[in-house]
Design a protein around this ligand. Structure first.
Ligand code: BEZ
Ligand code: FE
Length: 289
């Protein structure tokens, strides 16, 4: 094709794709390019502006490595990760939410009632609930991969002072589907903002904060895996999560429990918590495959 114009270039692009191109790839690539072309036409994109865009992509590539995932972060702050999540969410189950870059595999087993606080001595938070199906039946043998920030707002992989699996645990629920563990309150934190994605946030007048949260991956035989997070209702960033992860059903409430009321049995910390503590009850509903 030699008479390519600004109006027909999208059709020309489609025509250049081979006959045997995978149909789904053709659909996705075709739509992506159509939207890119329409975007350039709509804003009358200049060379200087697109050069800036290219420079951004190059910087994102340069800063990325096995620990730093700048393109994932870009997808997160643009709302694309959350949108993809919501497109495949099933309303009969607990909402899914972003995985984020701080999940690590191989978390150590955490018995039901176990403790994740290790050396941190801030107020105890007891988290418990039931992993169940949409009819409310418990799901015996479900596993929960749990992770969160330490009180300093850092995940273990960001903090040389924490052990590799600090605030990470893998819990397998029993016949009653019940999970329980003690920990500390997660805290709000900023997504990495010292790279090109941080520049975009600043240029758009946005902050890099996420509300505090606990991360869960719940899995059970015959059910769709659930990657999610739960957020306390009193967090100042609940309505302005920079990665758009909050959903109405993922909001939890801290119950303030009086001194002397910590359960005497059933928890690793039983008999060791004389003070007031916080409690959260949060059930997780998995959807059959
Ligand atoms: C997180 O929750 O760990 C997270 C999610 C998206 C971007 C950065 C962090
Ligand atoms: Fe997180």
């Amino acid at each position: 094709m030699r008479d390519v114009t600004k109006d027909n270039i999208t059709d020309v692009f489609m025509g250049y794709m081979g006959q045997n191109t995978d149909p789904r790839l053709k659909e996705v690539m075709g739509s992506l390019v159509r939207h890119l072309h329409n975007f350039a036409r709509e804003v009358n994109l200049t060379h200087a502006e697109w050069n800036k865009g290219i420079a951004f992509l190059e910087q994102a590539g340069e800063i990325s490595d096995a620990e730093r995932h700048e393109f994932v972060l870009l997808s997160d702050v643009l709302g694309l990760s959350s949108l993809v999540d919501m497109l495949h969410n099933r309303p009969e189950g607990t909402s899914s939410s972003v995985l984020g870059p701080f999940h690590i595999t191989g978390s150590p087993p955490l018995e039901v009632g176990g403790d994740m606080r290790q050396d941190f001595t801030t107020q105890v938070l007891l988290v418990e609930g039931v992993v169940k199906d949409p009819d409310g039946n418990p799901i015996p043998g479900a596993t929960l991969d749990i992770w969160q920030t330490a009180p300093n707002g850092l995940y273990s992989s960001q903090d040389p002072d924490q052990d590799t699996y600090s605030f990470h645990g893998l819990q397998t629920v029993g016949a009653d589907g019940r999970y329980a563990f003690t920990t500390v309150k997660p805290v709000e934190y900023t997504v990495p903002s010292d790279g090109p994605v941080g520049d975009i946030l600043r240029a758009c007048g946005r902050h890099p904060w996420r509300p505090s949260h606990l991360h869960f991956i719940a899995e059970a035989e015959g059910f769709r895996p659930l990657v999610t997070e739960v957020f306390p209702e009193d967090d100042p960033y609940l309505d302005q999560d920079t990665v758009f992860g909050v959903r109405e059903d993922l909001v939890m409430r801290y119950e303030h429990m009086p001194a002397g009321s910590f359960p005497q049995t059933g928890y690793a910390l039983s008999g060791q918590v004389p003070d007031a503590y916080l409690k959260v009850a949060f059930d997780l509903t998995l959807v059959p495959k």
